[in-house]
Every structure is written in structure tokens, then in C-alpha cells.
Design a protein around this ligand. Structure first.
Ligand code: CMP
Length: 141
């Protein structure tokens, strides 16, 4: 089915100037960008977005990294978009990411891992809502 997923190009990848390269991977895989914005997240925005991880030991480092520079946030739409985006990203830890994936090519550590992608339909809906109003998304399907 046609799905939507939330993608974030993290501060490390924005700093490496590879937004276009990553967008090209989405498009070549048949995913369409139906909304996008560049943001420099506040501490409150990053904490709210990652609220499910707030008890984890890495939470403070995660928030600090995600607020260290601008991010590019986009909604991807397409057939099986959630799984497709996760395949393109590769494993969370770049050391375990398959060759040719975004994280294998651009990420340097589990924190600076280049991209985020929603992991399920429920989180995709919540995450898309967190950053976008309905009229900021332009469906092309
Ligand atoms: P992301 O998909 O954005 O979701 C939470 C992020 O926390 C994850 O990518 C990693 O960048 C970061 N993180 C740091 N340490 C860990 C860990 N041990 N397990 C999972 N995520 C981690």
C-alpha cells in the first residue's frame, strides 16, 4: 500500500553537504518527497521528538547531537515507504550497516548516523504530525 514515513537528515550529513545525494537515493527507490523543511531543532523539539527514548542512557547525547546543527526533515511517500526507507538507511549502527546503504556510506557513529526514519505506521503518523501540518504536504499519488 502507499505509505508515508518521516525522514530526518541529521546534522552530520547536512554538514557533509550530502542532502542531494540522499534525496537522489530516495527518488531512485521510487519514493516521492511530499513535504520538506530545514530546521535547527531546539532542545525541547528534540526531546519531544525522541520522547520514547527518554529513559535510555544515550538520551542526553542524542538530544545534544540533534541540536548541534540544522537538520533536513521530509515526508516520503510511496509503496511500502516505511520499510523501503529503512532498507535505504541500513542498520542504526553504521558498523553493522550493509554496503551501499546511506549509513554505511555517510555515517560515522551510532549517534552521528546520518539519517532517521520512522519504524512503524504508528510512529510514522506521530512523527509526521510532529513536524508538518496537513497543508504542508503535497501528495502526488
Ligand atoms: P534514530 O533512528 O534517530 O533513533 C534514535 C537514535 O538514538 C538512533 O537513531 C541513534 O542515532 C541514537 N542512539 C545512540 N545510541 C543508541 C543505541 N544504543 N541504540 C539505539 N539508538 C542509539
Amino acid at each position: 500500500a502507499t505509505e508515508r514515513t518521516l525522514s530526518i537528515i541529521k546534522p552530520d550529513a547536512v554538514a557533509k553537504n550530502v542532502i542531494g545525494d540522499i534525496y537522489s537515493r530516495f527518488e531512485k527507490a521510487g519514493l516521492q518527497i511530499v513535504g520538506a523543511k530545514m530546521l535547527h531543532l531546539s532542545k525541547e523539539q528534540a526531546e519531544g521528538f525522541y520522547a520514547e527514548h527518554k529513559e535510555r542512557g544515550f538520551f542526553a547525547d542524542l538530544v545534544s547531537f540533534m541540536t548541534s546543527g540544522p537538520v533536513m526533515v521530509q515526508v516520503l511517500e510511496g509503496e511500502g515507504a516505511i520499510a523501503k526507507n529503512r532498507e535505504l538507511m541500513g542498520a542504526t549502527n553504521p558498523k553493522e550497516a550493509a554496503p551501499g546503504t546511506i549509513r554505511a556510506d555517510f555515517a560515522s557513529s551510532i549517534d552521528a548516523n546520518a539519517v532517521h526514519g520512522s519504524d512503524a505506521p504508528e510512529s510514522a503518523a506521530r512523527e509526521i504530525d510532529y513536524f508538518f501540518k496537513d497543508d504542508e504536504l503535497c501528495s502526488r499519488s
